[in-house]
Design a protein around this ligand. Structure first.
Ligand SMILES: Nc1ncnc2c1ncn2[C@@H]1O[C@H](COP(=O)(O)OP(=O)(O)OP(=O)(O)O)[C@@H](O)[C@H]1O
Ligand SMILES: [Mg+2]
Length: 421
C-alpha cells in the first residue's frame, strides 16, 4: 500500500505507536477494512490506525469480499495493485454487493486509468496517490468516518421507521377488524330490532282496525276494549324501546374505570331489585371475601342485575329463589360465578340465551323483552371479559363471568369523576 517510507520505517513506526492518533471516546468506532497483498503494510496500518478505528485486513480482493460478507464494514481502503483482482475491480464489486460501504483507493503513478474506472464504475469516495502519510490517510478516514456515521444513523432511522410502520400496519389491521366486527354487530342489531318491533306494531295495527270496525257498527263489540289493547301494547313497545336504549348504552356508556369492591356493586343491585327480591322472599348468599375489581361499576351492575333478576324470575313458584355469588382470582383475571336454583336451561340454549330477544322454551317472565342476557354480555364484553352458562340442570344454573384484571384501555379515575374509555 506504500505508506510513506518516513513513517513505515521502524523508527517512525515506533514513534507513531508511542503517540497514536487519539481514539474518540463515547462513539462507535468505524470498521475499516484495509486490503493489500503485502502483509507487512497491513501490519503497519493495523498498528497505526488500530486505536482509532476498528481495523480489519485482507491480503486479496477475494478475501476482502469474504470479510465484507461475514460482517459489517463501514470503510474499505484498497491498494490498486494486487495480483488477481485489482483495487478498482474490488471496489466496483463492493459497490454492487455492499453499496453503503465507503470505498477508498490507494494508487501509484501510472494508475490514472484505474482511478478513472474506480471513480466512474466503483463510485469511490476518495483516492489517494502514494506515497501516503499517516496524517493524509487519517484525514480521509475521518471524513469517511463522518459519512459512515451518517450512513449508520440513516440505517438505524430506517429500521425504526420500518418498525414503526409495521406497528402502524398491525394497529390499522386490528382497527379495521374491530370496525368490521362492530359493523356486523350493528347490522345484526338493527335487523333483530326492526324484526322484533314488527310484532307489537302489527298487534297495534290489528287492534286499531278492530276498534275502527267496532265504531262503525253500533251493535258490534265495544271499541273501548280494542283501544285498551292498543294502549297496553303501546306501553309494552315503549318498555321494549327503553330496554333497547339500555342495551345500546351498555357499550357506549362513557363511565370510567375505577377500583370498586364487587360487594358494593352488589349492594346497589340488591337495592334496585328490592321489590322483586321481596316478592319471592329470595335469598342472596355472597362469598365473604369478594374482591375489589377494576371496572365500570354501573355497567358491571347492569350485568349482575340481569343475572340476579333472571335467577328470581325463572325459579319455579314452589321454590324459594336462592342465588350464590362467588369470585376467585385466576392468572390475570377474576372469575365471578352466579348460581341459582331456577328451572335451568337446555344445553342447546347455553349460547343462544345471550342473543338479542332470545327466550328459551318455557317462556319469558311476564314483561320480559329477551334482552337481559344480551345486555349482560355486552356489559361484560365492554370490560374485555366473557360470560357463559357454565352449568345448568333442572335444579339450577351457574353463569360464569371472566373479567380481566386490567381491562383493555382501563384508566382508573378517582371516585365520582367520569372518565373516558
Ligand atoms: N337463570 C335462568 N334460569 C333459567 N332460564 C333462564 C335464566 N336466565 C335466563 N333464562 C332464559 O333465557 C331467556 C333469555 O333471558 P333474558 O334475560 O335475555 O331475557 P328475558 O328474561 O326473557 O327478558 P328481559 O331480561 O329482557 O326482561 C329467558 O327468557 C329465559 O327463558
Ligand atoms: Mg331477563
Amino acid at each position: 500500500m506504500d505508506i510513506d517510507p518516513r513513517i513505515s520505517d521502524p523508527a517512525a513506526e515506533a514513534e507513531a505507536a508511542r503517540a497514536p492518533v487519539a481514539p474518540r471516546p463515547g462513539r462507535a468506532r468505524s470498521r475499516v477494512l484495509f486490503v493489500d497483498d503485502e502483509a507487512d503494510q497491513l501490519r503497519v496500518l493495523q498498528d497505526l490506525m488500530g486505536d482509532r478505528y476498528d481495523v480489519r485486513t485482507a491480503t486479496s480482493g477475494e478475501e476482502a469480499l469474504a470479510v465484507l460478507s461475514a460482517g459489517k464494514v463501514d470503510v474499505v481502503v484498497s491498494d490498486q495493485r494486487m495480483p488477481g483482482m485489482d483495487g478498482a475491480e474490488l471496489l466496483e464489486r463492493v459497490r454492487e454487493t455492499h453499496p453503503d460501504v465507503i470505498r477508498i483507493l490507494l494508487t501509484g503513478c501510472g494508475d490514472q486509468g484505474a482511478v478513472r474506472r474506480a471513480v466512474n464504475e466503483g463510485r469511490i469516495f476518495y483516492y489517494l496517490a502514494k506515497p501516503v502519510t499517516v496524517e493524509e490517510l487519517d484525514i480521509v478516514l475521518q471524513k469517511a468516518d463522518q459519512v459512515a456515521r451518517l450512513v449508520r444513523e440513516r440505517e438505524s432511522l430506517m429500521l425504526r421507521l420500518q418498525e414503526a410502520n409495521a406497528r402502524l400496519t398491525r394497529a390499522n389491521e386490528e382497527l379495521e377488524e374491530r370496525v368490521r366486527e362492530r359493523t356486523r354487530d350493528l347490522e345484526s342489531f338493527v335487523y333483530t330490532v326492526s324484526h322484533d318491533l314488527q310484532n307489537p306494531l302489527a298487534t297495534i295495527a290489528g287492534y286499531a282496525g278492530a276498534a275502527r270496525d267496532a265504531l262503525r257498527q253500533p251493535d258490534g263489540p265495544a271499541a273501548e276494549a280494542f283501544l285498551g289493547k292498543v294502549e297496553s301494547t303501546t306501553e309494552r313497545m315503549r318498555e321494549l324501546l327503553r330496554t333497547l336504549l339500555g342495551f345500546a348504552r351498555a357499550r357506549l356508556a362513557g363511565e370510567g374505570y375505577r377500583e370498586e369492591p364487587l360487594g358494593a356493586v352488589l349492594d346497589r343491585v340488591q337495592e334496585d331489585l328490592g321489590s322483586l327480591l321481596a316478592s319471592r322472599g329470595a335469598r342472596i348468599v355472597r362469598d365473604p371475601d369478594l374482591p375489589v375489581l377494576l371496572c365500570r361499576p354501573t355497567l358491571l351492575g347492569q350485568a349482575m342485575e340481569n343475572l340476579i333478576a333472571n335467577a328470581i324470575q325463572y325459579t319455579p313458584a314452589e321454590r324459594v329463589p336462592e342465588i350464590r355469588i362467588s369470585a376467585r382470582k385466576v392468572e390475570a383475571a377474576t372469575e365471578v360465578r352466579v348460581s341459582d336454583n331456577a328451572r335451568g336451561l337446555p344445553c342447546e340454549d347455553w349460547q343462544r340465551v345471550f342473543d338479542l330477544f332470545y327466550s328459551a322454551p318455557g317462556g319469558r317472565a311476564s314483561g320480559g323483552t329477551g334482552l337481559g342476557l344480551a345486555i349482560c354480555r355486552r356489559a361484560v364484553e365492554a370490560h374485555g371479559g366473557t360470560v357463559i352458562v357454565e352449568a345448568s340442570s333442572a335444579e339450577g344454573s351457574t353463569f360464569l363471568l371472566t373479567l380481566p384484571e386490567v381491562p383493555p384501555r382501563a384508566v382508573p379515575v378517582p371516585e365520582g369523576q367520569a372518565g373516558t374509555v
